[in-house]
Design a protein around this ligand. Structure first.
Ligand code: ATR
Length: 286
Protein backbone atom coordinates (compact mmCIF):
# COMPACT_ATOMS: atom_id res chain seq x y z
CA UNK A 1 0.00 0.00 0.00
CA UNK A 2 1.00 3.58 -0.54
CA UNK A 3 1.84 5.27 2.76
CA UNK A 4 3.31 8.40 1.27
CA UNK A 5 4.94 9.47 -2.00
CA UNK A 6 8.35 9.00 -0.39
CA UNK A 7 7.97 5.33 0.50
CA UNK A 8 6.20 4.21 -2.69
CA UNK A 9 8.51 2.40 -5.07
CA UNK A 10 7.42 1.98 -8.67
CA UNK A 11 8.03 -1.11 -10.72
CA UNK A 12 7.81 -1.28 -14.50
CA UNK A 13 8.18 -4.01 -17.11
CA UNK A 14 8.84 -4.65 -20.74
CA UNK A 15 7.11 -7.65 -22.18
CA UNK A 16 7.38 -9.36 -25.54
CA UNK A 17 7.86 -12.82 -26.97
CA UNK A 18 10.77 -13.33 -27.16
CA UNK A 19 12.15 -10.51 -25.00
CA UNK A 20 15.86 -11.41 -24.63
CA UNK A 21 16.93 -8.89 -27.27
CA UNK A 22 15.24 -5.92 -25.58
CA UNK A 23 17.55 -3.03 -24.72
CA UNK A 24 14.83 -1.21 -22.78
CA UNK A 25 16.06 -2.45 -19.34
CA UNK A 26 19.45 -0.87 -20.09
CA UNK A 27 17.82 2.44 -21.00
CA UNK A 28 15.49 2.67 -18.00
CA UNK A 29 18.11 1.26 -15.64
CA UNK A 30 20.47 4.05 -16.72
CA UNK A 31 17.85 6.72 -16.02
CA UNK A 32 16.82 5.27 -12.65
CA UNK A 33 20.44 5.39 -11.54
CA UNK A 34 21.14 8.79 -13.07
CA UNK A 35 18.11 10.36 -11.39
CA UNK A 36 18.74 8.56 -8.09
CA UNK A 37 15.30 6.92 -8.08
CA UNK A 38 14.33 3.71 -6.38
CA UNK A 39 12.26 1.40 -8.53
CA UNK A 40 12.79 -1.24 -11.13
CA UNK A 41 12.33 -1.92 -14.83
CA UNK A 42 12.65 -5.55 -15.88
CA UNK A 43 12.02 -7.73 -18.91
CA UNK A 44 9.30 -10.40 -18.70
CA UNK A 45 8.76 -12.93 -21.40
CA UNK A 46 5.03 -13.51 -21.78
CA UNK A 47 3.60 -15.78 -24.46
CA UNK A 48 0.62 -14.62 -26.53
CA UNK A 49 -1.59 -17.18 -24.72
CA UNK A 50 -0.61 -15.80 -21.33
CA UNK A 51 -0.83 -12.13 -22.30
CA UNK A 52 -4.53 -11.57 -21.40
CA UNK A 53 -3.84 -12.83 -17.87
CA UNK A 54 -0.83 -10.55 -17.66
CA UNK A 55 -3.07 -7.54 -18.47
CA UNK A 56 -5.61 -8.76 -15.91
CA UNK A 57 -2.94 -8.89 -13.23
CA UNK A 58 -2.13 -5.24 -13.99
CA UNK A 59 -5.78 -4.23 -13.59
CA UNK A 60 -6.38 -5.97 -10.30
CA UNK A 61 -3.07 -4.81 -8.87
CA UNK A 62 -1.74 -8.34 -8.33
CA UNK A 63 1.28 -7.72 -10.51
CA UNK A 64 2.49 -4.78 -8.42
CA UNK A 65 3.45 -2.90 -11.58
CA UNK A 66 2.89 0.80 -12.18
CA UNK A 67 3.06 0.16 -15.90
CA UNK A 68 5.40 -0.87 -18.63
CA UNK A 69 6.30 -1.33 -22.27
CA UNK A 70 4.88 -3.83 -24.70
CA UNK A 71 6.74 -5.01 -27.75
CA UNK A 72 6.38 -7.55 -30.55
CA UNK A 73 4.05 -9.46 -30.82
CA UNK A 74 1.82 -7.94 -28.12
CA UNK A 75 1.26 -4.35 -29.28
CA UNK A 76 -2.11 -4.95 -30.95
CA UNK A 77 -3.41 -7.08 -28.09
CA UNK A 78 -2.22 -4.53 -25.53
CA UNK A 79 -4.28 -1.90 -27.31
CA UNK A 80 -7.34 -4.18 -27.56
CA UNK A 81 -7.23 -5.23 -23.90
CA UNK A 82 -6.49 -1.83 -22.38
CA UNK A 83 -9.32 0.10 -20.73
CA UNK A 84 -8.28 3.58 -21.78
CA UNK A 85 -6.35 3.68 -25.06
CA UNK A 86 -5.58 7.25 -26.13
CA UNK A 87 -6.28 8.72 -29.57
CA UNK A 88 -2.83 7.97 -30.96
CA UNK A 89 -2.95 4.27 -30.18
CA UNK A 90 -6.61 4.01 -31.20
CA UNK A 91 -5.78 5.20 -34.71
CA UNK A 92 -2.80 2.85 -34.89
CA UNK A 93 -4.58 -0.10 -33.32
CA UNK A 94 -1.41 -0.75 -31.31
CA UNK A 95 0.07 0.36 -27.99
CA UNK A 96 3.62 0.16 -26.68
CA UNK A 97 3.23 1.95 -23.34
CA UNK A 98 0.83 1.09 -20.51
CA UNK A 99 0.19 2.53 -17.07
CA UNK A 100 -2.31 1.72 -14.34
CA UNK A 101 -4.52 4.35 -12.75
CA UNK A 102 -7.42 3.50 -10.43
CA UNK A 103 -7.33 -0.15 -11.53
CA UNK A 104 -7.67 0.83 -15.18
CA UNK A 105 -5.03 0.13 -17.79
CA UNK A 106 -4.24 3.22 -19.87
CA UNK A 107 -2.42 2.86 -23.18
CA UNK A 108 -0.55 5.05 -25.61
CA UNK A 109 1.98 4.63 -28.37
CA UNK A 110 5.28 6.50 -28.10
CA UNK A 111 6.97 5.20 -31.27
CA UNK A 112 5.91 8.28 -33.24
CA UNK A 113 7.23 10.57 -30.53
CA UNK A 114 10.50 8.63 -30.59
CA UNK A 115 10.75 9.08 -34.33
CA UNK A 116 10.09 12.83 -34.40
CA UNK A 117 12.14 13.60 -31.27
CA UNK A 118 15.12 11.86 -32.88
CA UNK A 119 14.80 14.00 -36.02
CA UNK A 120 14.24 17.14 -33.93
CA UNK A 121 17.53 16.41 -32.18
CA UNK A 122 19.61 15.39 -35.18
CA UNK A 123 18.02 17.27 -38.10
CA UNK A 124 16.13 20.26 -36.68
CA UNK A 125 13.81 21.87 -39.21
CA UNK A 126 13.07 18.51 -40.88
CA UNK A 127 9.34 19.18 -40.61
CA UNK A 128 9.60 22.16 -42.94
CA UNK A 129 9.57 19.77 -45.89
CA UNK A 130 6.28 19.54 -47.74
CA UNK A 131 6.76 16.01 -49.07
CA UNK A 132 8.11 12.84 -47.46
CA UNK A 133 8.71 9.36 -48.85
CA UNK A 134 8.26 6.40 -46.54
CA UNK A 135 9.60 3.09 -47.81
CA UNK A 136 7.68 0.17 -46.30
CA UNK A 137 4.14 -0.49 -45.11
CA UNK A 138 4.68 -2.97 -42.28
CA UNK A 139 3.73 -2.63 -38.63
CA UNK A 140 6.69 -0.38 -37.92
CA UNK A 141 5.75 2.18 -40.56
CA UNK A 142 2.38 3.05 -39.04
CA UNK A 143 3.51 5.17 -36.12
CA UNK A 144 5.97 6.92 -38.44
CA UNK A 145 3.27 7.82 -40.97
CA UNK A 146 1.02 9.10 -38.19
CA UNK A 147 3.77 11.18 -36.59
CA UNK A 148 4.99 12.75 -39.83
CA UNK A 149 1.40 13.60 -40.78
CA UNK A 150 0.71 15.08 -37.34
CA UNK A 151 3.75 17.33 -37.66
CA UNK A 152 2.15 18.85 -40.73
CA UNK A 153 3.97 17.29 -43.68
CA UNK A 154 1.46 17.80 -46.47
CA UNK A 155 2.22 14.91 -48.82
CA UNK A 156 3.40 11.51 -47.64
CA UNK A 157 4.14 8.82 -50.20
CA UNK A 158 4.12 5.29 -48.80
CA UNK A 159 6.06 3.10 -51.22
CA UNK A 160 5.83 -0.64 -50.77
CA UNK A 161 6.59 -3.90 -52.59
CA UNK A 162 3.08 -5.14 -51.80
CA UNK A 163 0.87 -2.32 -53.04
CA UNK A 164 -2.22 -3.46 -51.12
CA UNK A 165 -0.50 -2.91 -47.77
CA UNK A 166 0.42 0.65 -48.72
CA UNK A 167 -3.17 1.28 -49.81
CA UNK A 168 -4.47 0.01 -46.48
CA UNK A 169 -2.35 2.62 -44.71
CA UNK A 170 -3.36 5.41 -47.09
CA UNK A 171 -6.99 4.57 -46.28
CA UNK A 172 -6.27 4.53 -42.56
CA UNK A 173 -4.26 7.74 -42.28
CA UNK A 174 -6.20 10.02 -44.59
CA UNK A 175 -5.74 12.39 -47.48
CA UNK A 176 -2.10 13.32 -46.92
CA UNK A 177 -1.01 9.71 -47.40
CA UNK A 178 -0.61 8.24 -50.89
CA UNK A 179 0.06 4.59 -51.67
CA UNK A 180 2.71 3.98 -54.32
CA UNK A 181 4.15 0.90 -56.00
CA UNK A 182 7.92 0.32 -55.92
CA UNK A 183 8.27 1.52 -59.54
CA UNK A 184 7.03 4.97 -58.53
CA UNK A 185 9.95 5.52 -56.14
CA UNK A 186 12.13 7.75 -58.39
CA UNK A 187 9.15 9.88 -59.40
CA UNK A 188 7.90 10.55 -55.86
CA UNK A 189 11.43 11.16 -54.53
CA UNK A 190 11.83 14.20 -56.81
CA UNK A 191 9.72 16.46 -54.61
CA UNK A 192 10.66 14.96 -51.26
CA UNK A 193 12.78 16.56 -48.55
CA UNK A 194 12.69 13.53 -46.27
CA UNK A 195 13.22 9.84 -47.02
CA UNK A 196 12.40 7.27 -44.33
CA UNK A 197 13.21 3.58 -44.55
CA UNK A 198 10.93 1.41 -42.42
CA UNK A 199 11.64 -1.88 -44.19
CA UNK A 200 13.90 -4.66 -43.07
CA UNK A 201 15.83 -4.40 -46.36
CA UNK A 202 19.45 -5.45 -45.88
CA UNK A 203 19.06 -6.49 -42.26
CA UNK A 204 19.73 -10.13 -43.01
CA UNK A 205 22.79 -9.29 -45.07
CA UNK A 206 20.90 -9.65 -48.35
CA UNK A 207 21.48 -7.25 -51.23
CA UNK A 208 19.72 -3.89 -51.15
CA UNK A 209 18.58 -2.25 -54.37
CA UNK A 210 20.57 0.79 -55.46
CA UNK A 211 18.66 3.95 -54.76
CA UNK A 212 19.50 7.19 -56.55
CA UNK A 213 19.04 9.78 -53.82
CA UNK A 214 20.49 12.56 -55.98
CA UNK A 215 17.10 13.10 -57.58
CA UNK A 216 15.90 14.43 -54.22
CA UNK A 217 16.21 18.11 -53.44
CA UNK A 218 19.59 19.15 -52.07
CA UNK A 219 19.53 19.36 -48.29
CA UNK A 220 17.14 16.42 -48.04
CA UNK A 221 17.37 14.14 -45.01
CA UNK A 222 17.51 10.34 -45.13
CA UNK A 223 16.66 8.32 -42.05
CA UNK A 224 16.09 4.70 -41.09
CA UNK A 225 14.12 3.31 -38.19
CA UNK A 226 16.30 0.20 -38.13
CA UNK A 227 19.33 0.69 -35.84
CA UNK A 228 21.13 -2.63 -36.24
CA UNK A 229 23.48 -1.97 -37.89
CA UNK A 230 23.63 1.67 -36.88
CA UNK A 231 24.45 2.66 -40.43
CA UNK A 232 22.10 0.55 -42.52
CA UNK A 233 22.84 -0.19 -46.19
CA UNK A 234 20.29 2.47 -47.17
CA UNK A 235 21.95 5.08 -44.95
CA UNK A 236 25.37 4.08 -46.36
CA UNK A 237 24.12 4.74 -49.87
CA UNK A 238 22.55 8.08 -48.98
CA UNK A 239 25.66 9.29 -47.17
CA UNK A 240 27.90 8.27 -50.05
CA UNK A 241 25.68 10.39 -52.31
CA UNK A 242 26.15 13.42 -50.07
CA UNK A 243 22.97 13.43 -47.99
CA UNK A 244 22.53 14.10 -44.30
CA UNK A 245 21.60 10.87 -42.55
CA UNK A 246 19.95 10.14 -39.20
CA UNK A 247 20.23 6.64 -37.74
CA UNK A 248 17.40 4.92 -35.91
CA UNK A 249 18.98 4.50 -32.48
CA UNK A 250 17.63 7.82 -31.23
CA UNK A 251 14.08 6.66 -31.98
CA UNK A 252 14.56 3.75 -29.56
CA UNK A 253 15.95 6.08 -26.89
CA UNK A 254 13.35 8.83 -27.27
CA UNK A 255 10.34 6.49 -27.41
CA UNK A 256 11.26 5.43 -23.87
CA UNK A 257 11.03 8.95 -22.39
CA UNK A 258 7.24 9.38 -21.95
CA UNK A 259 6.83 5.95 -20.32
CA UNK A 260 9.61 6.56 -17.82
CA UNK A 261 8.05 9.90 -16.88
CA UNK A 262 4.63 8.27 -16.34
CA UNK A 263 5.92 5.44 -14.14
CA UNK A 264 8.68 7.16 -12.20
CA UNK A 265 7.54 10.79 -12.15
CA UNK A 266 10.58 12.47 -13.70
CA UNK A 267 11.27 13.25 -17.34
CA UNK A 268 14.63 11.73 -18.29
CA UNK A 269 17.07 13.06 -20.90
CA UNK A 270 18.52 11.22 -23.86
CA UNK A 271 22.24 11.92 -23.63
CA UNK A 272 25.48 10.82 -25.29
CA UNK A 273 26.36 8.42 -22.46
CA UNK A 274 23.10 6.52 -22.87
CA UNK A 275 23.59 6.32 -26.61
CA UNK A 276 27.09 4.92 -26.07
CA UNK A 277 25.81 2.31 -23.59
CA UNK A 278 23.49 0.93 -26.26
CA UNK A 279 26.16 1.07 -28.97
CA UNK A 280 28.54 -0.89 -26.69
CA UNK A 281 25.82 -3.43 -25.99
CA UNK A 282 25.23 -3.84 -29.72
CA UNK A 283 28.95 -4.54 -30.18
CA UNK A 284 28.87 -7.25 -27.51
CA UNK A 285 25.62 -8.89 -28.61
CA UNK A 286 25.75 -8.53 -32.37
P1 ATR B 1 7.52 -4.55 -39.43
O1 ATR B 1 6.29 -4.78 -38.64
O2 ATR B 1 8.78 -4.64 -38.62
O3 ATR B 1 7.47 -3.31 -40.25
P2 ATR B 1 6.72 -6.31 -41.56
O4 ATR B 1 5.30 -6.09 -41.23
O5 ATR B 1 7.18 -7.68 -41.87
O6 ATR B 1 7.67 -5.82 -40.40
O7 ATR B 1 7.13 -5.33 -42.75
C1 ATR B 1 8.35 -5.32 -43.33
C2 ATR B 1 8.41 -4.27 -44.43
O8 ATR B 1 9.62 -4.45 -45.17
C3 ATR B 1 7.28 -4.39 -45.44
O9 ATR B 1 6.99 -3.10 -45.95
C4 ATR B 1 7.89 -5.28 -46.50
O10 ATR B 1 7.29 -5.19 -47.76
P3 ATR B 1 5.98 -6.10 -48.10
O11 ATR B 1 4.81 -5.44 -47.43
O12 ATR B 1 5.89 -6.08 -49.57
O13 ATR B 1 6.28 -7.48 -47.52
C5 ATR B 1 9.30 -4.70 -46.53
N1 ATR B 1 10.28 -5.63 -47.11
C6 ATR B 1 10.90 -6.67 -46.48
N2 ATR B 1 11.76 -7.29 -47.31
C7 ATR B 1 11.70 -6.62 -48.49
C8 ATR B 1 12.35 -6.76 -49.76
N3 ATR B 1 13.25 -7.72 -49.97
N4 ATR B 1 12.03 -5.89 -50.75
C9 ATR B 1 11.13 -4.90 -50.54
N5 ATR B 1 10.48 -4.72 -49.38
C10 ATR B 1 10.75 -5.55 -48.37
Amino acid sequence: MRDSRETFVNHAFVTGYPIRHSRSPLIHGYWLKQLGLEGSYRAYEVSPEAFPDFILSLKNGQSGFTGGNVTIPHKELAFALSDRPDELSSELGASNTLWVEDDLVHATNTDGHGFTANLDERAPGWDQCRTAVILGAGGASRAVIQAVRDRGVKTIHVVNRTAARAQELADRFGQAVHAQPMEALPEVMKDAGLFINTTSLGMDGSAVPEIDFTIMKSGSIVTDIVYVPLKTPILEQAEAQGFAIVDGLGMLLHQAVPGFEKWFGKRPAVDATLRQIIIDDMAHHA
